[in-house]
Design a protein around this ligand. Structure first.
Ligand code: ADP
Ligand code: G6P
Length: 736
């Protein structure tokens, strides 16, 4: 039976060796806690790092380790100390993590880290290949493994691969500072589906793909060679029921069953019933804004001194990545801050901050969530922040106030929380006051909405939505595109070609017979193409027409000596068997003088764009502009031109990164139908890649074989992936 392979650096359990035996502790962090619920429910294998390096693993314990992991449906990837240093503490957490969280100044660009990151990603990819079978679905997680999708794709081209990023994807301006940016994007694009927590991260990613790789992006599809990659946002949920049920049983606990922590919390509440408990829980990470939060707390106590002795801040900081220098510095900073504030403000009856630096068992987490009146989470940047969702899920009587940074991914879905900018102390102090004094009814009203949403869009729904989107993708569901020219279809077309007594072929040039070039004049035909066209042209009972939007001078230079039939400028000119070009259509050109200054003003305002002047049309090319800016300008130009030309016989064509203004009565459809009418043809074939070719696909009779190059929406019957495939297809004709 096919299964799902989950793959992440961190497994849901971490192994340790103590007293010669193995202990397994649950992992902390959004990825592991969230995916754990998904994993336990289904047929899946989770591959990741066990928490022990190869050096720490005695040979005698190897089998026990595999067995211990197997119990949790997991399998390990063996990593050495050097791997962990360069891959985990190095590239993952000293380069990517700070950069993607906008801590540019903390980001280290070390070649050695990068090389080890690549090698370790390869180890994970190899483990997937080894442990999976054809038909399995692969789900790769997070920033530690961004190269894995492409590494797996190379060995298993037809496997369905999903990737989810649990941290923010930064804006292009930040991402482009990374020396290995193209490689990372290429690694991710090995996946069929790439998921992010929010639309903004998705947008940033797509912008980097367009700008850095120059790939075509349409809505949320990326076109790469013969594949489309879907990019979408799936905000991760929590195991709502687990947290709610835990809170219910916590409430039912009788005195003896209460944890020590709960007893301490209850005693505190009993001794000071009008004191509010404010909770802050995070991994000890600079992205979480813990130091700023403590400073803001001091600011609040100074601004509203009446709350001294009336509030207590509980800080739970979970040790994290302690080999990374920035984390060590942060630990020191927090220790000192808490010490200073407690030293300065404590009274005999009151300590303003209770500080815990440790990981707590799940039950204690629930004790804290259920006992705190306010959760105060102020990350400076956070992919999602599940703690915010978990706090709300445990509030079974619907009381409690969540103060949440608007820089957290979860803020997008938690509008009813009190959203703050963590850098604005004034706002934070006022919001704390508002939270402390918020009437119970308002708390209930806000939490009701939040809980409904969290319950509905829980982690299981999240995972299902992702997997369904991935399955739809691998089943090839794409209503917009035509049928691919498979081997069987190619054979059928070939048979019709052989049987036919009189054949007519229309072949577009740019993007079909030849690839694009920054300078259109440099997209010259190569020897292979000439040889192919010669063979077709010389075949008995076969008429080929090159049909293009190009100007006649260029095609005269490139193809006239060859004697091929040609139609250029979308159907204005025709040349047969090496004769000079003649007019095929009577067209007007007086309008050109009026349109030219408009196009020139767009060239001036759009760096990288230029005008191509043909005899009866003018084209504004924007392939070499910034892609987003180019598209924007093209829309603007379209509006300007459409209003300018009114009902004239002039029309604007949107081609592939080009806008062309020309007479309305000229198009490839009209031209091809005219040629078709000149003789009795029993095999008609047309192939092209862009919008201008759609006229042919539309107007040629149903019996014609029409082929689109690329995966875009089309009227053609079939599609092939790229120019290489076009040539392969035409080559089969020459062999008939
Ligand atoms: P991140 O993934 O950056 O650590 P999240 O808030 O998304 O941040 O996820 C943190 C996860 O770790 C939550 O699911 C939370 O329950 C868990 N967690 C946080 N603190 C502790 C702790 N002290 N002990 C055990 N689990 C914790
Ligand atoms: C974040 C990351 C996870 C990571 C977790 C804990 O949630 O997105 O990939 O596992 O933090 O960090 P750690 O370095 O301990 O795995």
């Amino acid at each position: 039976m096919s299964k799902t392979i989950i793959i992440s650096n961190r497994l849901p359990v971490q192994l340790q060796i103590s007293d010669g035996g193995l202990t397994a502790t649950p992992s902390v962090g959004g990825l592991a806690t969230g995916m754990k619920s998904v994993h336990s429910g289904g047929e899946s294998l989770w591959i990741g790092w066990s928490g022990l390096t190869d050096e720490e693993t005695p040979k005698a314990l190897e089998a026990d380790i595999d067995k211990a992991l197997e119990k949790h449906g997991c399998a390990k990837v063996g990593l050495t100390e050097k791997d962990i240093e360069g891959f985990y503490f190095g590239f993952s957490n000293r380069t990517i993590w700070p950069l993607f969280h906008y801590f540019l100044e903390y980001s280290e660009f070390e070649l050695e880290f990068w090389n080890i990151y690549k090698a370790v990603n390869q180890k994970f990819a190899d483990a997937i290949i080894e442990k999976s079978e054809e038909g399995d679905t692969i789900w790769v997680h997070d920033y530690q493994l961004m190269l894995v999708p492409q590494m797996v794709r190379e060995k298993r081209p037809n496997t369905s691969i999903g990737f989810f990023l649990h941290i923010p994807f930064p804006s292009y301006e930040i991402f482009r500072t990374l020396p290995w940016r193209e490689e990372l994007l290429g690694g991710l694009l090995g996946a069929d589906l790439i998921g992010f927590h929010t639309y903004d991260y998705e947008r940033h990613f797509l912008s980097s793909v367009r700008r850095l790789l120059g790939l075509e992006v349409s809505f949320n599809d990326v076109y790469l060679d013969h594949r489309t990659i879907k990019v979408d946002s799936f905000p991760m949920g929590i195991d709502y029921k687990k947290f709610k049920d835990a809170a219910v049983s916590n409430q039912k606990n009788t005195n003896e069953k209460r944890s020590d922590l709960q007893i301490k919390l209850d005693n505190h509440k009993a001794s000071a019933p009008d004191t509010k408990l404010i909770l802050s829980i995070d991994r000890l990470d600079y992205s979480k804004g813990i130091a700023k939060r403590i400073n803001a707390y001091e600011y609040f106590l100074n601004k509203y001194p009446e709350y001294k002795e009336k509030v207590r801040l509980i800080i739970l900081a979970v040790p994290s990545r302690s080999n990374v220098p920035q984390y060590q510095l942060l630990k020191k900073e927090i220790d000192e801050l808490v010490g200073r504030i407690n030293g300065e403000l404590s009274t005999v009856n009151w300590t303003p901050i209770w500080y815990f630096y440790r990981s707590l068992p799940f039950e204690n987490l629930i004790d804290l969530y259920t006992s705190s009146d306010i959760a105060w989470l102020t990350p400076l940047r956070d992919g999602m922040n599940l703690v915010a969702k978990e706090y709300i899920a445990t509030r079974i009587d619907k009381t409690g106030v969540l103060i949440l940074s608007e820089m957290a991914g979860s803020a997008y879905e938690m509008n009813e929380a009190l959203l703050i900018n963590p850098n604005n102390f004034e706002q934070q102090a006022d919001t704390l006051k508002k939270a402390i004094t918020m009437p119970r009814e308002e708390q209930v009203a806000r939490n009701m909405f939040l809980q409904n949403r969290l319950e509905r869009y829980n982690v299981e729904v999240w995972a299902n939505e992702f997997m369904n989107a991935l399955n739809r993708k691998s089943e090839g569901e794409n209503p917009n595109i035509s049928q691919k020219v498979s081997d069987t279809i190619l054979k059928e077309i070939g048979n019709d070609y052989t049987k036919a007594k009189n054949r007519l072929l229309f072949l577009d040039y740019d993007g079909t017979l030849a690839g694009f070039h920054k300078d259109p004049q440099k997209a010259l035909p190569d020897e292979e193409l000439y040889a192919l066209l010669d063979k077709l042209h010389q075949q008995e009972n076969t008429t080929i027409f090159l049909i293009s939007g190009r100007d006649k001078q260029t095609f005269t230079k490139w193809f006239l000596p060859k004697g091929y039939n040609m139609i250029v400028e979308h159907g204005v000119w025709i040349s047969r068997n090496g004769e000079e070009f003649k007019l095929l259509e009577q067209v007007k050109d007086e309008w050109m003088g009026k349109i030219k200054p408009v196009l020139e003003s767009f060239v001036d305002r759009t760096p990288g764009s230029f005008i191509e002047e043909k005899n009866y049309s003018m084209a504004w090319h924007y392939r070499n502009t910034d892609p987003d800016f180019g598209e924007k300008r093209a829309t603007e130009l379209n509006t300007v031109l459409t209003s300018l030309i009114g009902n004239d016989d002039i029309s604007v064509l949107n081609g592939n990164k080009v806008m062309e203004v020309k007479s309305s009565n000229v198009n490839k459809g009209r031209a091809s139908v005219r040629i078709l009418g000149e003789d009795d043809y029993d095999f008609v074939f047309a192939i092209g890649d862009d919008w201008t070719d759609e006229f042919m696909f539309q107007e040629l009779p149903d019996s014609a074989v029409t082929v689109k190059v690329g995966l875009k929406k089309t009227q053609a019957k079939y599609h092939v992936e790229n120019t290489k495939r076009v040539r392969e297809l035409l080559k089969t004709f020459t062999e008939k």
